[in-house]
Design a protein around this ligand. Structure first.
Ligand code: TRP
Length: 409
């Protein structure tokens, strides 16, 4: 698989400046994906130490597509990490990537409702709207305008080589029957019946990583907590920042954009209740907002295996181990110890343990969420205030960028 030029191994020596000067071609890294992953992990550990020492130097930009309710995978994978960074003193911008939903859907459908639901999930899990900014990128025209010069900084070949985009294209519904969710409902994802898969890839699908660079750079985010699948997009962001800075030096030659670092969070591998990838759209995820009873029902129906004795063996017994891990995460305990304690109690005791642990862990989150949702205008007010704050940051950045490009009228 090709890796993106300018990957972690070709990190520039001085922040914000290209390695070889404006005229030189971007170096193609020959590193393998695992090699660049190892480098990203090392870099991430280094950044984590810097955050510990000087949290205020960091502006964190992270976000989600509003495609459904956030679930336990999000909670343990990213949500609590964001709140940790906020509480450590970093500035936190949380983006709701509504335009990005249109990469693989041909209808906006319930996006608006999902957006407000996400706002409630963020607030309930500890994002503090007094300190942090929650915004939707469609509401920030200045951010979207940055996409235009940014698109000129990447080649079509680079866009097509992005491994995450390639993967998403491969998973697009192919021609023929309209796409359906696992429950048989039309899922709204784009796909042109009778057309070969590649023919139905829309322009946003190929270019959204550059839009994502605009999300990050409009706010001058310098720290992007991500899972492994998002690393290529952070690389695109670094590339765009580097090329812009090389091509259009800012006032006094200072770079306009930071080259943000990825903070690789070690997301625990939680499977959905059907043993597949936990996903908002598959109906196999325990949503943060689910009731205690819904949680119990979902866990009761979860897939296990035929062995009575419970053990923690993620490779050999993925479904059982994922349940053990979920209980352990909720209880802040070691999964092997949790499994040993359940032992001969079998799947029934395992499921009871999981249900109780999840419901206990989420009880304060759910109570807070219900309290906030009781005021129907509150989430919208928080969002509008966040959009206004993101907009003023993006407007200032766009001014600087236009100045650097000599487009000042
Ligand atoms: N691509 C991210 C996802 O699917 C969402 C996202 C959009 C994002 N823009 C971003 C994440 C900028 C981090 C930074 O989850």
């Amino acid at each position: 698989m090709n890796s993106i030029p300018g990957g972690p191994l070709t990190r520039s020596a001085a922040p914000g400046r290209g390695v070889a000067g404006p005229a030189a071609p971007e170096p193609e890294t020959s590193a393998t994906v695992s090699g660049s992953l190892a480098a990203a992990l090392r870099r991430s550990a280094q950044v984590e130490r810097q955050v510990g020492e000087e949290p205020r130097r960091f502006r964190v930009l992270t976000g989600d597509r509003p495609t459904g309710d956030l679930h336990l995978g999000h909670y343990f994978g990213t949500l609590r990490n964001r709140v940790r960074l906020q509480d450590a003193g970093a500035e936190l911008f949380v983006l709701i990537a509504d335009y990005q939903v249109l990469t693989d859907r041909d209808a906006a459908g319930a996006i608006g409702g999902h957006v407000l639901s996400l706002v409630l999930d963020y607030l309930a899990t500890g994002v503090d709207p007094a300190r942090s900014v929650i915004f939707a990128h469609s509401a920030v025209p200045e951010l979207n305008q940055l996409l235009l010069p940014f698109l000129s900084l990447v080649t079509e070949g680079e866009l097509r080589r992005n491994p995450t985009v390639k993967d998403e294209i491969a998973r697009l519904p192919s021609g023929g029957a309209p796409p359906r969710t696992p429950r048989g409902m039309p899922d709204g994802r784009a796909g042109v019946p009778g057309m070969p898969r590649q023919a139905s890839v829309n322009g946003l699908m190929l270019t959204y990583p550059v839009h994502q660079a605009a999300d990050i750079l409009a706010c001058k985010g310098n720290l992007v907590p991500v899972g492994q699948d998002q690393l290529p997009h952070v690389e695109v962001t670094r590339l765009v920042a580097r090329r812009f800075n090389d091509r259009y030096p800012g006032a006094g030659g200072a770079p306009v954009f930071p080259e943000p670092d990825a903070l690789l969070s070690e997301a625990p591998l939680l499977l959905g209740t059907d043993g597949g990838k936990m996903s908002k759209s598959r109906g196999n995820a325990i949503a943060l907002r689910a009731t205690a009873d819904e949680t119990a029902r979902l866990v009761r129906g979860a897939k296990t295996d035929a062995l009575r004795h419970i053990s923690y063996d993620p490779a050999g017994r993925p479904e059982v181990s994922s349940l053990v891990l979920l209980a352990a995460l909720c209880l802040d305990r070691d999964p092997a110890a949790v499994a040993a304690e359940i032992g001969g109690g079998g799947a029934a005791l395992l499921k009871r343990t999981v249900t109780e642990a999840v419901n206990e862990r989420l009880a304060p989150v759910r109570a807070r969420r219900a309290e906030l949702a009781a005021d129907p205008g509150y989430a919208m007010r928080v969002l509008r205030d966040g959009c206004a704050r993101a907009r003023s940051a993006a407007a200032a950045t766009l001014e600087e960028a236009r100045d650097a490009m000599g487009m000042r009228y």
